[in-house]
Design a protein around this ligand. Structure first.
Ligand code: CTP
Ligand code: ZN
Length: 156
């Protein structure tokens, strides 16, 4: 089979002319990614596919946002739930740049503190953590100093 044909078969979601393709999102986190990036509130055209086959992830999701180019700190917010996500910047149908997400130094308002007694779990306060380790990810709460690590990490 020709490479061109292979590529067309792979293309389960139509190509876009200008914008950003976020690929390699774990399928189970697609809607969290949409919510963290605020894609449920913008007026750009968005197409997505989920439960697509992926050699690396088993099952992946992909999001295509027309005419939208994200700032690095915006996109890095998804690093906790889509650490292997790859961004493809599309200009005139061509991939002109590929970016990977990086775990930010500080996480504000995305994750719950694991400590039930923490003030953020008892009053309406935005959570805040310093990232103190990356593998597994360890977060230190800026309010109670307790660590929330790996599997303990839950979204607010
Ligand atoms: N893509 C798109 N619209 C375009 C060009 C590309 O939606 N005009 C999408 C492709 O469908 C693919 C992603 O952008 O999901 C990256 O494209 P490309 O680099 O051509 O694919 P791969 O080589 O498979 O990417 P990688 O292996 O880096 O994930
Ligand atoms: Zn806390």
């Amino acid at each position: 089979m020709s490479d061109d044909k292979k590529k067309k078969l792979k293309l389960k979601v139509s190509a876009i002319k200008e914008g950003t393709v976020i690929d390699h999102i774990p399928a189970q986190n697609l809607f969290k990614v949409i919510s963290i990036l605020g894609l449920d509130k913008i007026e750009h055209q968005i197409t997505f596919g989920t439960n697509l086959e992926s050699e690396r992830l088993g099952s992946k999701a992909i999001i295509k946002v027309t005419d939208k180019f994200f700032e690095d700190d915006e996109i890095n917010k998804i690093a906790l739930i889509a650490p292997h996500a790859k961004l493809n910047i599309i200009r005139d149908y061509e991939v002109v740049e590929k970016k990977v997400v990086e775990i930010p130094k500080e996480i504000i308002g995305i994750v719950k503190c694991f400590n039930p007694k923490c003030i953020t779990n008892n009053e309406t306060i935005t959570t805040r953590f310093k990232v103190v380790d990356s593998s597994p990810i360890a977060l230190r709460c800026s309010y109670c100093e307790k660590h929330t690590v790996g599997e303990q990490i839950k979204m607010v």
